[in-house]
Design a protein. Structure first.
Length: 298
């Protein structure tokens, strides 16, 4: 669904750009180019506002506050990473590489990859080759309905866990970005599935909600409101010790999940990332290497 919607949006934008250039170029090439670049400029501006809000709200955090140069660098990196993910990989490449469930067990633990809000399995495209090279069977889910309740994703995750477990004979590692970590916690709540998972790795997951959640009109977006009823209710029913199964990466430059500490869990192995933005952290080489090392542990 999200791929279809993003394709339509990109088509509409491309047609509007072409019409604008055809109309304005004979009169003023400079005006034509300025108008054509306006959508990109608005995208840069909106993202810049996110980083300004993030940096301001992180000033009282225990985590080291990012330097201004780090904020600017993260903003610039996030712009280009987001364009690649949302304008290419998710709409056009999400099915380019399928799940890998080898017929013969490799002796390595499998992985279920769970994306976040307004994403699909195309987010994980750079992960598939290294996972396969290391012998890790893997399934990447598509969480739908896109703007539905996080609770509704439990069945999708359960099916993926069953498939990977059947292929490997071992409880899998769940690798989650953003909302995906909350979806996995909701799955654990519905299925009491602690014994069926080896470890859960979260990248920028709003375990305590996020300040930006208040502006969402989607059901799952509102559920991620900072210290909101849904995230508090999720935490209230979790058994003691569950957080020990989690490794949570969080950043002082996460432009979507802030304040920074909301991406941590009490009792988890919380790992600080210095200067990485929200989508960027899911694809950063050092983060990928650290996660692959965790996945490879017994």
């Amino acid at each position: 669904m999200i791929a279809h919607g993003q394709k339509i949006l990109l088509l509409i934008l491309a047609l509007a750009e072409a019409a604008w250039l055809a109309w304005q170029w004979p009169q003023s090439p400079a005006r034509a180019l300025a108008g054509a670049l306006l959508p990109l400029a608005l995208f840069w501006l909106v993202m810049a506002i996110e980083f300004v809000l993030m940096h301001r709200l992180n000033r009282r955090e225990v985590a080291p506050r990012a330097r201004l140069s780090q904020v600017v660098g993260a903003w610039w990196a996030e712009i280009w990473v987001s364009l690649v993910v949302f304008c290419w990989r998710q709409p056009f490449r999400h099915q380019a590489v399928g799940d890998w469930l080898p017929g013969q067990a490799t002796g390595r633990r499998g992985v279920v990859l769970v994306h976040g809000f307004m994403c699909n399995r195309g987010l994980w495209l750079p992960w598939y080759a290294p996972l396969r090279a290391q012998g890790h069977a893997h399934v990447a889910v598509n969480l739908e309905p896109v703007m539905g309740s996080i609770d509704d994703y439990a069945a999708i995750i359960d099916d993926a866990v069953l498939r990977v477990t059947a292929a490997t004979g071992m409880a899998p590692v769940l690798l989650c970005h953003s909302m995906g970590g909350l979806a996995v916690r909701a799955w654990l709540r519905v299925h009491a599935a602690d014994a069926r998972v080896h470890r859960i790795l979260t990248l920028g997951t709003p375990h305590g909600g996020t300040w930006l959640g208040r502006f969402s009109r989607a059901v799952n977006g509102r559920q991620m409101s900072l210290a909101g009823d849904w995230v508090k209710g999720l935490l209230s029913v979790e058994p003691q010790g569950r957080a020990q199964r989690f490794t949570c990466w969080y950043s002082n430059c996460d432009n979507i999940v802030f304040p920074a500490s909301t991406a941590t869990l009490v009792g988890a192995d919380n790992r600080f990332l210095d200067g990485l933005a929200h989508v960027q952290m899911a694809l950063h080489p050092e983060v990928m290497a650290a996660c692959l090392a965790e996945i490879g542990k017994d």
